[in-house]
Design a protein around this ligand. Structure first.
Ligand SMILES: [Fe+2]
Ligand SMILES: [Fe+2]
Length: 194
């Protein structure tokens, strides 16, 4: 494969960067397939539950789909624990970062905070504060985060539930991750996007 001319970015030419842009455009198109690969890897993460992490997120996404939620919410349910493997101490933020360019502020915020909101269901059994989410009581997306955790997360550990397989969600991922929403100036600054 053709390579760029530089060893330091400061020495790159317009031709180099046009070539890299072209390759990056193709790489972006392959994002849904990479997400499916990462989701499949959830089969091997956190143990001890009655079902695997992959089955958990399939159950979450299937429940959201069957409840008539939008593509963005179904994608969020499917991807909400995608950070378990690499962002073990900050998995909510990782999933939110993956989703952010493609979903509404509300979906982004809910996924970013779902770990904290989820504590309501178990933290009192292990010395934590189950009401830690109360710090966001007045936030405009508080109710949405409560609903997400109640209907599409804490209840999605049932081995008897008839979830759709991962392949079922491929067209949905291709729709949601086809084109990023226009990044605003603040997002561009934060993520170094142009
Ligand atoms: Fe989670
Ligand atoms: Fe979860």
């Amino acid at each position: 494969m053709k390579k760029v001319s530089f060893t330091k970015m400061q020495d790159g030419t317009a031709e180099d960067y046009a070539y890299l842009d072209q390759l990056e455009d193709q790489y972006k198109l392959d994002l849904p397939q990479r997400l499916l690969t990462a989701l499949a890897a959830l089969e091997e993460t956190l143990s001890g539950y009655k079902i695997s992490r992959l089955e958990h997120v399939l159950q979450a996404a299937t429940r959201a789909h069957r409840a008539g939620e939008s593509d963005e919410w179904v994608a969020a349910a499917l991807l909400h624990d995608i950070g378990d493997e690499l962002a073990t101490y900050s998995h909510s933020e990782m999933a939110a970062a993956v989703l952010r360019p493609f979903v509404s502020d509300e979906v982004y915020w809910v996924i970013k905070h779902h770990g904290l909101f989820q504590m309501y269901y178990y933290a009192h059994h292990c010395g934590g504060d189950r009401n830690a989410r109360d710090q966001f009581k007045d936030h405009r997306y508080y109710d949405s985060a409560v609903k997400f955790c109640h209907e599409y997360d804490q209840n999605c550990f049932d081995p008897e539930y008839d979830s759709e397989p991962l392949a079922f969600f491929k067209p949905l991922l291709q729709r949601v991750f086809a084109v990023p929403k226009a990044l605003d100036a603040e997002q561009r600054a934060r993520y170094g996007e142009n």
